[in-house]
Design a protein. Structure first.
Length: 222
């Protein structure tokens, strides 16, 4: 009769396993724009992180919502993600707005030591780089930190750096972030430590967005 008990045991284990969801190991793409076409701002979100989430250019998002530099948004604010057919009110002229430096990205720095274990594809919008827990993560180019948080599903602790009006870079699954929103960083500056937040493997997921669209980071280092 022992075989009956073994059968029941393995049956229960296999059934319980079917309801277990493993952490995200690949980031298959941006989230689809909700049917409403509107996003409600959550605590800690920035205009840049919202644009990154849906694969949009932050400038387009700002224009659609009449948001002026430095693109400050508030919790619970409604952000229109689609182009509205309704004519927006005339923009209010913004005076005395401090102009941010325009960095030309002539050369990129590889963001960490380690081997690429998964390349850019339709199912992976960047590259996955293996490494040890606590391995240093560096800014690939000079710029401004426009998001540092863990509000994007599948990315764990994420840092987004704006390099100029065209390029953003992103560093996901960090164990710890060493920079804050609004902070300016130098090329090669240590900004985080590698970890496994939001995934089940210690690695850095590194992305580059050009005008809101993912590009293969390897092309920038060839």
């Amino acid at each position: 009769m022992k075989w009956i008990y073994y059968f029941i045991f393995f049956f229960l284990v296999s059934c319980s396993g079917s309801d277990t969801f493993a952490p995200v190991t690949d980031i298959s793409g941006m989230e689809a724009v909700p049917r409403s076409g509107v996003h409600r701002v959550a605590s800690g979100e920035t205009l840049y992180s919202i644009a990154f989430r849906y694969g949009l250019d932050y400038r387009t998002l700002a224009e659609r919502n009449n948001i002026q530099p430095p693109y400050t948004i508030q919790k619970n604010q409604l952000i229109s993600l689609r182009k509205s057919r309704v004519h927006h009110a005339a923009r209010v002229a913004v005076k005395n707005v401090e102009r941010e430096p325009e960095y030309a990205v002539s050369a990129w720095k590889w963001p960490t030591r380690g081997k690429v274990i998964k390349g850019f594809s339709a199912n992976n919008k960047g590259v996955n780089i293996a490494g040890a827990e606590g391995e240093a993560v560096y800014a690939a180019a000079a710029g401004k930190v426009v998001y540092s948080g863990n509000g994007l599903r599948g990315y764990g602790n994420l840092i987004i750096i704006k390099h100029n009006n065209v390029y953003l870079s992103a560093y996901a699954h960090c164990r710890v972030s060493l920079v804050r929103d609004g902070e300016w960083v130098r090329k090669g500056q240590k900004i985080a430590e590698m970890g496994s937040t939001g995934t089940d493997t210690t690695m850095l997921h590194f992305e580059v967005r050009k005008a809101g669209k993912p590009v293969d980071p390897m092309m920038l280092f060839s």
